[in-house]
Design a protein around this ligand. Sequence first.
Ligand SMILES: NC(=O)c1ccc[n+]([C@@H]2O[C@H](COP(=O)([O-])OP(=O)(O)OC[C@H]3O[C@@H](n4cnc5c(N)ncnc54)[C@H](O)[C@@H]3O)[C@@H](O)[C@H]2O)c1
Ligand SMILES: O[C@H]1[C@H](O)[C@@H](O)[C@H](O)[C@@H](O)[C@H]1O
Length: 341
Amino acid sequence: MALKIGVIGTGMIGVDHIRRLTQVLSGAEITAVTDIDRARAEAAAPKGAQVFDTPKELIGSDAVEAVVICSWGPAHEEQLLDCIAAGKPVFCEKPLVTSEAAAKRVIEAEVAFGRRLVQVGFMRRFDADYRRLKAVIDGGSLGAPLMYHSTHRNASVPEGLYTSDMPLNDTLVHDADISRWLLDDEVAAVEVRVPRRSTRGGELRDPTIVLLHMTSGAIVDVEISVNIAYGYDIRGEVSCEMGVAALPNRPATVISDRFGIRQAIPEDWRERFIEAYDQEFREWIVAAGQGTATGPSTWDGYAATLVGDAALRAVASGTRESIEMIEKPALYGPAPALAAE
Ligand SMILES: NC(=O)c1ccc[n+]([C@@H]2O[C@H](COP(=O)([O-])OP(=O)(O)OC[C@H]3O[C@@H](n4cnc5c(N)ncnc54)[C@H](O)[C@@H]3O)[C@@H](O)[C@H]2O)c1
Ligand SMILES: O[C@H]1[C@H](O)[C@@H](O)[C@H](O)[C@@H](O)[C@H]1O
């Protein structure tokens, strides 16, 4: 039986996820959609799906067994809390929420419910290149990881909607999460440096360099450039005691023409992480079908939110800002074992 899914937010990524859930993956059916822009929801609704006026009505509907949240970050908290109150598994696009207090409220609600229901959209963890990189680090042949260089470049960001805080509290969450996961470590403190501003983004604070000081003493440097014109370029290299492991250049068609010999660069996240998004939903459908979640958790969303908050404090203070985490609830220990099909 296909899992009946309701989608909240039918903008860029909502529409892309509807496409993969209806045209690429099996085991799922979109039965409901909603968006504050009703016309947008109607245009995105697959045949037979109901269009609801509000997220609350969609979450409460018997036509919906599991929810996919693709609305804007500040709307996520209320929608997550409603899903948990209804006991429905929920995939929530990053960022989990936009403040530490909100993240704690979601943790409290899920812990009180007593079972994991939330998976956060940190798709890099499902990318085959990142998984191979992690396997090398975990294998131990290179020794302990000492430094991680993370490059996060966007060709452009939506003008007016993407503000100067967002490199730090929206874009950086991916690098924060993948650093914690790759190095099996937590972020203890954050520093931010702001170089000469790119004129391409007007008043937007771009680019930015962020240093993540990990509890082990390892240091992660992150370049965030969100208006770099040439494409969506994501790189990663881990320097260890006895060697270096890096993400490969993505295989792409080699074009030879009057400009030279070159390979195309993805335009945006949809192209670069297409297989990763497919895989994150494959795994989510299995877990949600069993009434739970196994991928990146509310705890991981909380940790990334703390990094964003600390980065905003660090850009204002110009110094190193520490992170204090609450004690990790047992719910966020090893993932629950799923029943075999
Ligand atoms: N994992 C990734 O790589 C990735 C990529 C892009 C976007 N995202 C995340 O996905 C989310 C959506 O991003 P997007 O690029 O699709 O934005 P978007 O602006 O294209 O779409 C967001 C949609 O949500 C709707 N919406 C906003 N608040 C709502 C509410 N309270 N109730 C119902 N609908 C609401 C808007 O009307 C809009 O149609 C954001 O949280 C973003 O950070 C993640
Ligand atoms: O919402 C998007 C998305 O998360 C992308 O993966 C990231 O590269 C962008 O910077 C961000 O704005």
